[in-house]
Write a protein that binds this ligand. Sequence first.
Ligand SMILES: NC(=O)c1ccc[n+]([C@@H]2O[C@H](COP(=O)([O-])OP(=O)(O)OC[C@H]3O[C@@H](n4cnc5c(N)ncnc54)[C@H](O)[C@@H]3O)[C@@H](O)[C@H]2O)c1
Length: 347
Amino acid sequence: MAERVKWGVIGAGGIARRRTIKETMMYAQMAEIKALMDIDEKVVKEVGREWGIDRWFTDVEKLLQEDIEAVYIASPNYVHYQQAKASLEAGKHVLCEKPLSLTLEEGKELALIAEEKGLKLGVAFMMRFNVYHKEIKRLIEEGALGQLVAGRAQLTCWYPPLPSAWRQDKEKGGGGALIDMGCHCIDLLEWFFGETIEVAAFLDTITHSYLVEDTSTAILKFRNGAQGIVDNYFNVPDKAAKNILEVYGTKGAVIAHQTIGQDPGGKMWLYQEKGEKSYNAEQEREENAYKEIKLEPLSLYAQEIDAFSQWIRGGEKPVISYEVGLRNSKVIEAIYRAQEEKRVITV
Ligand SMILES: NC(=O)c1ccc[n+]([C@@H]2O[C@H](COP(=O)([O-])OP(=O)(O)OC[C@H]3O[C@@H](n4cnc5c(N)ncnc54)[C@H](O)[C@@H]3O)[C@@H](O)[C@H]2O)c1
């Protein structure tokens, strides 16, 4: 097996601590985390102690001088661009949390730097590694669902106003429920259906006192003609969340609950039409038409770090290379414009 890739982490105290560092240390085969950085000294020290990583810093430049090959950036959205740029300029491969940057233009600039320097750049859409999502992709590719007709991807959480939360400030987060959670939903639907060509949306703040949207519903039209719904709410109780994913085709459909999220599992049901359909004016329904598909869950975060590490070691390009991050920013910018201009926007 190829030598493990040496990683540094920027922004070690949030999702990195809760998921990526933990699951990489526990399950990854191709990566080792050698150094950490966070602006919060107490936190970075604690994370270092938790995992026996004694190289920790509060300064990005110091981290970049370490003997590391790749950097995982999990700091707040508004510093992604500058930290990714500094990391690339220091010759490090970069896997950045979503969004790659606050604007598409900045993302393109990062992509250009990575290409010029021959470095790998990716965006951490780890939900592509959910075993159920991979199965949906496989079913679509083998034609099991027929012509794709429609899809829906939902992600919600309860997110009340919190003092100095960067996500609740448009300048720092780039928006609310759409950019924060909808980005994953859009990414999954684009993976299944292909490019979005038109969008329309309602984005509102109806519950909380912050200014970013807490209630977001976007409608997508894909190049293949299929239609999609992406719904994201910061104002639904966590225990009410089903995080529904639905993919409908002319020959079958898939419905999944709780596969969209940070946990590797969830539940999924598949319906497949047998034989030829004919028109039935009774529109007969069958209670047990869907069959549950059960798969062994695997860490999303360890898989994404491993896939990216393999790419660095000369393996195939993973499904989370920067192109998907740029696509995502493009669609999200179009959705915010659709809301502002109250019309359908061509992506
Ligand atoms: N893919 C996922 O599952 C997932 C889940 C949550 C968050 N995210 C993304 O990860 C990023 C972080 O989100 P979070 O929820 O962990 O946020 P958070 O606020 O909980 O944690 C961010 C961490 O970054 C540190 N930090 C703040 N400013 C910094 C800076 N300038 N440089 C370095 N570190 C800094 C903070 O001290 C904190 O430890 C965001 O881009 C978010 O969109 C991804």
